[in-house]
Design a protein around this ligand. Structure first.
Ligand SMILES: Nc1nc2c(ncn2[C@@H]2O[C@H](COP(=O)(O)OP(=O)(O)OP(=O)(O)O)[C@@H](O)[C@H]2O)c(=O)[nH]1
Ligand SMILES: [Mg+2]
Length: 273
């Protein structure tokens, strides 16, 4: 993973035929990776570089992944492994989805891997030129994901046509924005303001009638945002509190679509303020 802000590594993953190689070529402005209707056309990794908005991008095109249960040959298993390993080497994972088809379990499985590895993740809907009512479609997708996907806060969505070169530049700008956000530094003063805001809001989740509250927050140095959060509980931070805290934190600081990690520290004297 590159730590320098203007160097960004990307990989395009997703089902066969979603248009990964078409997008790869479109970004490079060159037909390097073969494209076609045949499922599983791309059999090996393609890697290349391009520059856009003063950023140096390295991009990987990958073989389309099929569902695990459908895989019987060894080659395909190896390709799966290779793609999963590749996620370790990039900053941004582009999960490409054919807009004419539904999001699949396989897509969510790949998304989970990217999220666990703390990568910036895009659900990128391709072939938008085949969709009649674009705005309706976008609303439908956002609604579906926010209602049905617990990791909604961790992901970004965008809508393009790789073949017709629609909204590609815009997508690159989004990538750059999110990559900057990964290096966000929040001052102590602003972290304290957030604590005051939470206290005023007074909506802390209760465990056995007692509110679990954060007492103090510090940001730690790390390759993606990491915060130490001291709480007024002798026990490990309950999941319900962790969710509440993450949602509030992201809403307040307007951080969506990048990984954030918290180290919740239980206080030895939970009753003190
Ligand atoms: N209408 C439309 N067709 C597209 C678009 N992008 C790709 N296609 C078509 O979709 C088919 C598959 O494209 P590929 O780029 O080869 O797909 P892939 O994801 O690389 O496929 P595999 O290598 O098999 O995993 C081709 O026939 C492309 O012309 C798009 O934005 N709009
Ligand atoms: Mg391909």
């Amino acid at each position: 993973m590159s730590s320098i802000l203007n160097k960004i590594n990307l990989c395009i993953i997703g089902k066969p035929n979603s248009g990964k190689s078409t997008l790869f070529n479109c970004l490079l402005g060159n037909s390097i990776s073969p494209v076609g209707e045949e499922y599983g056309l791309t059999k090996k990794l393609f890697k290349n570089k391009f520059t856009s908005y003063s950023h140096d991008f390295t991009i990987f095109d990958t073989p389309g992944l099929r569902r695990k249960s459908k895989i019987d040959d060894l080659d395909e298993k190896e390709r799966n492994k290779e793609v999963i390993k590749l996620i370790d080497r990039v900053d941004v994972v582009i999960l490409l989805i054919d807009s004419v088809e539904n999001i699949t379990k396989q897509d969510f499985r790949l998304a989970e891997i990217a999220i666990t590895k703390k990568r910036i993740l895009f659900f990128l809907f391709n072939k938008m030129d085949l969709i009649d009512e674009v705005n309706k479609f976008k609303t439908k997708i956002d609604k579906y994901l926010s209602n049905n996907y617990s990791q909604y806060q961790m992901i970004n969505t965008d809508f393009i046509s790789a073949e017709k070169n629609i909204r590609i530049k815009n997508f690159i700008k989004e990538i750059i924005k999110k990559n900057k956000l990964v290096h966000i530094e929040i001052t102590k003063a602003n972290l304290n303001k957030f604590l005051n805001y939470l206290n005023k809001l007074s909506k802390y989740p209760k465990i056995k009638k007692r509110e679990i509250k954060p007492k103090y927050i510090v940001q730690l140095k790390a390759s993606s945002p990491l915060f130490k959060v001291f709480i007024n509980s002798k026990k490990k931070a309950p999941l319900i509190f962790q969710r509440f805290f993450d949602n509030s934190f992201r809403d307040y600081f307007k951080i969506k679509g990048v990984p954030i990690s918290y180290k919740f520290i239980s206080s030895s004297n939970p009753y003190s303020d």
